[in-house]
Design a protein around this ligand. Structure first.
Ligand SMILES: [Zn+2]
Length: 62
């Protein structure tokens, strides 16, 4: 059941901010930095189409 992020295509990912524990759903293909809506911590950065995740991945939503 466990999937590596590198195998993901276009999906939504539920993340938990490691700083404030806020849960946030993001798209795994982003074109700009995604920040935590609560504490402004960077949660994901775009790297050639795929997001580099800087938070805890809770769930991948198909
Ligand atoms: Zn946060």
């Amino acid at each position: 059941m466990e999937k590596k992020l590198t195998e993901l295509k276009s999906k939504f990912i539920k993340l938990r901010c490691e700083k404030c524990k806020n849960e946030q759903v993001i798209f795994n293909k982003i074109s700009s930095i995604v920040k935590c809506l609560v504490c402004d911590e960077t949660l994901a950065e775009p790297t050639g189409g795929k997001a580099k995740i800087n938070a805890q991945v809770l769930e991948v939503l198909e």
